[in-house]
Design a protein around this ligand. Structure first.
Ligand code: ATP
Length: 222
């Protein structure tokens, strides 16, 4: 059965979440109080309704209580965001993901029992900044201020060495969690992923590595 997800607040973040999940085979109940925002996603989601999400009766009539997950993407109106989360908890929604616009907002959301708080603007700002600081890094996901997962082209000193021989783990404290390799099959370029590679797998020129470790250690690779 398809997973049922309510997306409440259809600004740039909420509508992108709704459209991506709809493509990913979710049943989406999209909610906004602004008619134009509702219309913009109506053709792509299961049901789109124009209601004020702080109105418990309206939420029930829309069927929010039947959802497995809810994404609350109301940012600027912090009071509404908190009220909506509390109503969703009362309606028994187990998994609630909410967007926060600042640390205090995020703290309150965590305190009232949101499963996961996301800070889209801050996270994207950090990614853009990281890409300028370290252009060699193709992608960087910060796990904490000290640790990251980074995607980067394999540095030359690792080419033609097995993972075991690179001593990345013992000398750099870094784990390779995936290797992306391009190959040409029937004149067509293909990409294959080796997830969780074994110690004997060999790193080649033009490989892309996904590594996990302390930022200071990973920076020695870039
Ligand atoms: P984004 O950065 O994602 O584009 P935004 O900053 O433009 O968002 P927000 O204030 O975060 O706007 O609101 C996102 C959406 O939530 C808006 O489309 C707004 O109409 C909707 N919204 C705000 N309050 C409510 C509410 N009480 N009920 C339903 N929808 C609401």
């Amino acid at each position: 059965m398809k997973k049922q997800c309510a997306v409440i607040g259809l600004g740039r973040f909420g509508s992108a979440v709704a459209l991506t999940l709809a493509e990913g085979n979710f049943d989406i109940l999209a909610i906004d109080r602004d008619e134009a925002k509702v219309k913009a996603v109506a053709d792509s989601v299961t049901l789109a309704v124009q209601i004020d999400a702080t109105d418990e009766k309206a939420l029930r009539e829309a069927g929010v209580q039947n959802m497995d997950v809810a994404v609350v993407s109301i940012g600027e109106n912090i009071e509404a965001s908190i009220l909506v989360v509390m109503l969703l908890k009362e309606l028994g929604i187990k998994e609630i993901i909410a967007k926060a616009v600042n640390d205090l907002h995020g703290k309150v959301l965590s305190h009232i029992g949101v499963t996961r708080v996301v800070y889209p603007e801050r996270d994207m700002a950090q990614r853009v900044a990281h890409s300028l600081i370290k252009p060699a890094f193709l992608e960087q996901i910060e796990l904490s201020p000290e640790y990251s997962i980074v995607e980067l082209p394999a540095p030359a000193f690792l080419w033609d060495k097995s993972i075991k021989d690179t001593k990345l783990r013992t000398e750099y404290g870094i784990s390779i969690i995936a290797i992306k390799r391009k190959s040409v099959v029937n004149k067509e370029e293909r990409e294959s992923w080796n997830i969780n590679p074994s110690p004997d797998d060999v790193i080649k020129k033009d490989d892309i590595l996904v590594v996990l470790g302390a930022n200071t250690d990973i920076e020695r690779l870039g």
